[in-house]
Write a protein that binds this ligand. Sequence first.
Ligand code: NAD
Length: 355
Amino acid sequence: MNLFETVEEMGHEQVLFCHGKDPHIKAIIAIHDTSLGPAMGATRMLPYVNEEAALKDALRLSRGMTYKAACANIPVGGGKAVIIADPAHKTEELFRAYGRFVERLQGRFITGQDVNLTPENVRTISKETNYVVGVEEKSGGPAPITAKGVFLGIEAAVKFHLKSENLEGLKVAVQGLGNVGRNVCQLLHENGAELFVTDISQEKAEEVKRSLGATVVAPEDIYSLDVDIFSPCALGGILNSQTLHNMRASIIAGCANNQLAQEEIHGQMITEKGILYCPDYVINAGGLINVYNEMIGYNEEKAFQQLQNIYDTLLEIFARAKQQEITTNEASKQLAEERISNARKIKNKEMLVSR
Ligand code: NAD
């Protein structure tokens, strides 16, 4: 990888390589863009196959955070940190050393819990820095608000694509009945949708069948059901040539991260099939909205108001994609880049005035 070329091409402002001998630490903090506000991004810990893989992960995910925040109209930028280590080798000293690196950035980067970190690990980091979110859980977790955002996204897609103001009688296939998926099912059921569900946990599937009258199907059958909406709420990479070939739903709208196996190829395939796709990082921004509100002082009413941005932004993305004959994924990137570029122009003007 040509380091500086890659960073310039992806538009990163700063990449920090954190290293130390005692305790031994190797971490990368990628700050993609702070035009809208301080870079926010959780920290993950993985024994990457090599350092290039770790860097790529940090660069890709931090840029994704910039787009997510811009689409959600939340005044934060995009960042991400990766600690290169086996989670079996966690120590208090390691997290405290990492916390000191975060502290040195003086609030340009604010972090929280991602893959292989626990709330306890985040609390250890917070002994060295205040630039951490999720130390005290004030909202009851992000899942309910993420689910509400997904529901609003489904409503926007139904309005745009099926020309309907409500979900009464629509058939929805939900993949994954975890923290978010179960809440999505509840909202869909309350609004008159007919549910078809799957989960690798038989127990979770049976519970939704019992309490919401859902039809349970085997995990491999969920993609090809004759439904109106497919809602992926389990895993990434599930929209691929094989699953899309069999897909009969006319809308794809769910919370899972990185749903498209290959962004361009499968984004295009979805469009060619006449399916309306809600870009994952736009429809699942409820989690970020939740974290942002915890940072500024949690107010449930305010957080739920901001969720409305998901509905409005998606309608704008759908219209833009249709008008320009591009995929909704391309349209969302375009919209995010415009919002960031406008914020940058205002910031530059303010700097000139204050000189
Ligand atoms: P979760 O772990 O609580 O739920 C995932 C569910 O999917 C589990 O019930 C699991 O058994 C099921 N599952 C796994 N593999 C499956 C398969 N092959 N077929 C069917 N079901 C399968 O996770 P969650 O918090 O509900 O998040 C779900 C997805 O949404 C993840 O991709 C996550 O990254 C993303 N996301 C979550 C939030 C949030 O607020 N929790 C926010 C943004 C994005």
